[in-house]
Design a protein around this ligand. Sequence first.
Ligand code: NAP
Length: 498
Amino acid sequence: MAFDVESSKPLTAIVIGTGFSGLGMAVGLKKAGIDSFVILERAAAVGGTWRDNHYPGCACDVQSHLYSFSFEPNPEWTRRYARQPEIEAYLQKAANKYALMQHVRFGANVVEARFDEGAALWQVKTADGRVFSAQMLISGMGGLSNPAYPKLPGIEHFRGKAFHSAAWDHSYDLAGKRVAVIGTGASAIQFVPQIVGQVAQLDLYQRTPPWIVPKPDRPISETERHWFKRLPLLQRFFRLGIYCAMETRVLGFVLNPKLMLLVQKLALSHIARQIKAPELRKKVTPDYTIGCKRVLISNDYYPALTRANVDVVTDAIREVREHSIITNDGIERPIDAIIYGTGFSIQTMIPRGMMFGRKGVDLVDVWTQGPQAYLGAAVPGFPNLFMLMGPNTGLGHTSQVYMIESQIHYVLDCLRTMRRQGAAAVEVRPEVYQRFNEGLQKQLVNTIWASGCKSWYVNDNGRNTTLWPGFTFRFRSKTRRFKASDYVLEKAPASVIA
Ligand code: NAP
């Protein structure tokens, strides 16, 4: 048997990442009495996306009483939609409370994971040369962890400052600067209103306008927090109420996209109320049905665009020069800095050369049509590998944490089954995997996400590889129990028993 080089102890599991997925999984393992695991974290602190994204105005667009662990209710949320520092602190607190820090190996950037068929173990290498080995590999890497940078012509000549929203440089003083913001997605609409008052000029390069509806945010009063603390059941009901309200959105997204036209009306009146200038109104009004791309919520984005120092640029970028950007209409705009609000490389969440299954097959070579998995977690040829927030587990309508917890429960049930049946490895049956994914793709055909827009939900093959098409309680019921018949269970190899 191979050993963790640090502890010389055989490991049950290696968990990658310390976001909601990794930490939630670790809590689950501990509660199941499993202590023999490490959590590999490439950064120097826990928190995942809520550690990395600290741009001004960063907040969750799902209400925090729902966007949190079910086993760790937080009566102290200060706003309906908590801001990043509060969410990061919540995760740090959970990591300490459940004694997870002793399991975390910081600075452990996983560069390769390989299934050793002889030993039925995963061998995981980190960039700094450490090697870990365990029966099970659980990826909590998330889809939105690697920033995407656009290939702007001439960018190599740019002499100013440039950074991505997911790697905000707070040491760079934006006061009085001429700033180009590229992208108008979920992140940009949060940070633009925060910086617009500091900068001299903000040129907002918009390729596709997002649909935006009002954000029903407000502080949670001390009295409310007091009662949430005193009556935990009250908080549970509150959470359930939010959950049920959010699930109704599936009716429009999946079952009858025409219903989304009602939401579209709300969004149009939001534009009409907040923007008076017809030309700007026209620029920010999308030409696709609402819901096709992520629906955003904001009360301060449109007002920010009406300021005299903001220019919404819809012409494509032709060239970046040393200190300026030129658009296709020939206009040159001088700039000091570029801020990329251009999202993440979701389609390459597991890059080529990182994950190798049986016979050394690269996971990317299995995913010829794009990422797919059984229940967003398992792939044939990759025994004992489980992905949390893997393919088609993303949501456009409610809390991702609900999906993560469903998968954690499933993985734990798998471990229990393996122990009960004396299995060293489990591998999803190809026909189960195929049937599941064909079913998913069929359901996705008539959803709002296939109504004719370009979004990161859908890959270049026209396949939606990211979203779960339906109610989240359906996903929960599918992951409630690990069905051994969906998998091939293998006993420990003779070499290991010996
Ligand atoms: P995003 O939503 O993918 O937006 C990226 C923006 O950059 C889009 O406007 C996109 O235009 C533009 N863009 C990308 N490449 C470009 C190029 N080459 N040239 C010009 N424009 C380009 O990214 P994000 O805002 O970082 O958000 C990513 C995801 O993170 C969200 O969808 C959401 O799931 C999550 N998020 C969540 C929260 C939250 O509150 N929970 C907050 C922030 C982010 P096109 O639309 O034309 O592609």
